[in-house]
Design a protein around this ligand. Structure first.
Ligand SMILES: Cc1cc2nc3c(=O)[nH]c(=O)nc-3n(C[C@H](O)[C@H](O)[C@H](O)COP(=O)(O)O)c2cc1C
Length: 259
């Protein structure tokens, strides 16, 4: 339960919101402050792998992808009433939390180069057009998969299932890099026609060919626009969403904290 202190008479009110009027001195809710110890921890998002850390500061090292604190952005998650004033005071920082409400899927994107296959977890795959179908994907420049896609101009996307198998694939392809480990060789995978392997657990897959003049440098990442050259639905099962992944991660964290 949250605690609110009346700044006029120090009355403490317990509730999700401050009272309409202080029962002691009669002032309105604007004279109440949320007690500091009751403030929820700040949430920081890794801009590389989307890992969310709770604490007053970002972590020294991202436990998932290993980047430093400069790669974390603060998620200001307080819901704000829609008024001319709150709109006028919005900043790129407050927009980070708004952006985190965009829903998206989770995928394994594979590419191969000089006989070696590699893959990474991505949430930035989206369809641009139909007939002919074009998709876009945004890859961090440091990932090995980025190097493979840039060099060979082709990739395959496996759509993950919304279950434990899908989450295991997120960990396998998203929490470790092909710069250090061989991620594809230890799994049972089937090559697509372009040679880039499909994850056996996939709900569906599609393969794509990068359009050379539609490769855009967007700073830390490269945006690749590609023609879809083939693909299939492999089974009738719900696809993994980023929201489900976050929910399951939060539940695991809670369970660990309760041990
Ligand atoms: C849930 C999740 C979503 C991710 N989405 C992306 C993404 O859209 N683009 C990207 O470049 N990296 C993304 N990553 C990070 C890569 O999967 C991660 O850095 C991976 O280790 C890179 O592997 P590689 O170096 O073998 O290519 C994501 C990671 C996770 C866990």
């Amino acid at each position: 339960m949250r605690k609110w202190r009346c700044v006029i008479c120090d009355y403490i009110h317990e509730g999700d919101t401050p009272p309409e009027a202080c029962p002691i001195c009669g002032v309105g809710p604007e004279q109440f402050v949320l007690l500091a110890e009751e403030l929820p921890p700040k949430r920081w998002k890794c801009v590389i792998c989307d890992y969310v850390h709770e604490g007053n500061e970002p972590p020294a090292v991202c436990p998932i992808c290993g980047v430093g604190p400069e790669q974390f952005v603060l998620l200001e998650e307080t819901a704000t009433a829609l008024t001319a004033q709150t709109v006028a005071s919005a900043t790129p920082e407050t927009a980070e939390a708004a952006l985190s409400t965009i829903s998206c899927g989770l995928f394994v994107l594979t590419a191969c180069c000089e006989g070696r296959a590699n893959g990474q977890c991505v949430n930035t795959v989206f369809q641009l057009t139909s007939l002919p179908s074009k998709i876009a994907v945004c890859l961090h420049k440091q990932s090995l998969t980025h190097a493979f896609v840039q060099q060979c101009g082709a990739f395959t996307v496996s759509v993950l299932p919304r279950d434990d198998d899908g989450l295991a694939m997120v960990r396998h392809f998203g929490y470790q890099t092909g710069h250090k480990v061989e991620k594809c060789a230890c799994l049972e995978m089937v090559p697509a026609r372009n040679g880039c392997p499909i994850v056996k657990e996939a709900v569906s897959y599609f393969e794509a060919k990068v359009i050379p003049d539609k490769v855009v440098d967007v700073g830390s990442h490269t945006l690749f626009v590609a023609d879809v050259t083939g693909g299939r639905v492999l089974r009738q099962a719900p696809a993994l969403t980023y929201e489900y992944y976050q929910e399951r991660k939060a539940a695991e964290k809670k369970k660990e904290a309760g041990k």
